[in-house]
Design a protein around this ligand. Structure first.
Ligand code: CA
Ligand code: CA
Ligand code: CA
Length: 294
């Protein structure tokens, strides 16, 4: 009895593993090897994914601009979804989104790849962004704030996004090509064996319309700036709970910031630590979904 009471007290003393939204476990759809989606902006390869894997605007909250209830004439997440595949060891994302003003042009995209941009976030905003945060080993690891970045920028840049990755993905790609901004220095992670994008939509810069956006990302337990030889990939396993969160940053009117921050992961600090993101379960293959010959 004494032992049980002691254990109970110890359990109560542990920090709560708070994940956001609380008491929610989202699902990650498992694609069999022969059904892995193509990154082409055609959502046909998501057609068989059951409805419970999709998250629409009603599940999002605006966290940084006090915008209140969603206004679907301004920004409308019609659906968003994540899948995985064990052989390729990747996470696949798809979103279908309407926006009244798409912003995806900057005069210079080179400035996004500088250490200055990685440290301060400068130049990044003022375009529409899908921000995705991955803490695959569910360690609650930080994205940023490892060292005083003014005094030890090399230390900060070594660790930034190493253990929990934060991607600001341009939707649509900036100037038609730049899509993958990692909040860290491992620029090599944009190589196609680790990440890729595809999209479709009859939209132009500053026009309205609907975009279908697909990408895949590779999760890392340690993403090292020097390359894959210094890094550790995470191995995705069926049934595991991973830390994952995302938000859509709707930039309509300004060159250097966003007008709304629509988050599936309903914590305002979801961008900076695995502590503040969601729980997602890597589901088994859905029985009978993909029949022979279909
Ligand atoms: Ca596709
Ligand atoms: Ca908008
Ligand atoms: Ca916009």
């Amino acid at each position: 009895m004494y032992l049980i009471a002691t254990v109970a007290v110890l359990l109560l003393a542990l920090p709560a593993l708070a994940h956001y939204p609380e008491d929610t476990t989202f699902k990650v759809f498992q694609f069999p090897d022969d059904r892995v989606p193509q990154m082409d902006g055609d959502a046909a390869d998501w057609a068989k994914v059951p409805a419970e894997y999709f998250y629409d605007y009603t599940q999002y909250a605006e966290l940084h601009r006090e915008r209140g209830a969603p206004d679907t004439t301004d920004f409308h997440v019609r659906r968003s979804v994540v899948g995985w595949n064990k052989t390729h060891n990747r996470l696949y994302f798809m979103a279908e989104v309407y926006d009244d003003i798409w912003r995806f042009h900057k005069d210079i995209t080179d400035s996004l790849d500088t250490p200055h941009s990685r440290l301060t976030g400068a130049h990044v905003h003022g375009a529409d962004i899908w921000e995705i945060v991955i803490d695959a080993d569910h360690g609650g690891d930080k994205v940023i704030h490892f060292a005083d970045q003014a005094e030890a920028p090399h230390v900060e840049l070594r660790h930034r996004s190493a253990y929990t990755q934060n991607y600001h993905l341009y939707i649509p790609p900036l100037n038609g090509h730049y899509w993958h901004w990692l909040w860290g220095k491992a620029l090599w992670s944009k190589e196609e064996r680790y990440s890729a994008v595809g999209w479709q939509g009859a939209v132009e810069h500053l026009s309205s319309g609907t975009v279908i956006y697909e990408c895949y990302l590779t999760p890392f337990d340690d993403l090292h700036p020097e390359g894959p030889h210094r890094s550790r990939r995470h191995s995705l396993q069926e049934g595991a709970i991973i830390g994952l969160g995302w938000s859509f940053l709707d930039a309509d009117t300004k060159e250097d910031t966003f007008d709304a921050f629509w988050a599936l992961t309903q914590h305002p600090k979801m961008y900076c630590s695995g502590e503040f993101i969601g729980d997602f379960e890597l589901m088994p293959v859905e029985e009978g979904l993909f029949e022979e010959g279909e």
